[in-house]
Design a protein around this ligand. Structure first.
Ligand code: CMP
Length: 138
């Protein structure tokens, strides 16, 4: 069964002109782009998106970083989408990311780690719907 995940290209990767490079790796990895847009989060929206992390020590910095410039949000489709996308992006900390992964190539630090990827089917649905109404998902 084909299913979906959700990703964001984070502010530093957008700023550094890596949208095309990252989307190329995503399509080459067998993912179909279901929805796509460039948007800047307010601190309030960024805080809401990352609400699950609100008790973590990095939360305030993360909200500030994720609202510091535009991001690219996308819904992606592939068999086994969530797990396969996490393999394609590599470890959260780029120091631990494998060769050939998006974070190995583009991430700068554990915070400015180039891309987000959903951690479950349930969160993929919630996160995709946070950005895209049903009539923007194809
Ligand atoms: P992401 O996969 O989007 O989920 C939470 C984000 O918090 C993570 O990527 C990083 O950008 C950021 N972050 C900053 N510090 C940490 C940390 N120590 N552990 C996990 N995530 C962190």
């Amino acid at each position: 069964a084909t299913n979906r995940t959700f990703t964001m290209i984070k502010p530093d990767a957008v700023q550094d002109n890596h949208i095309g490079g990252i989307l190329s790796m995503i399509e080459a990895g067998g993912f179909r782009i279901v929805a796509l847009k460039k948007v800047q989060l307010t601190p309030e929206r960024a805080g809401q998106f990352y609400e699950v992390h609100k008790e973590r020590p990095f939360y305030q910095d993360l909200v500030k970083y994720m609202s510091s410039g535009p991001i690219v949000a996308a819904i992606l489709e592939k068999d086994n989408a969530v797990a396969d996308f996490r393999t394609l992006i590599g470890a959260t900390n780029p120091a631990n990311a494998e060769e050939g992964t998006i974070r190995k190539k583009y991430a700068k630090s554990i915070e400015a780690n180039a891309v987000h990827g959903s951690d479950s089917d349930e969160n993929a649905q919630i996160e995709g719907d946070f950005y895209f109404p049903a009539n923007e998902q194809f």
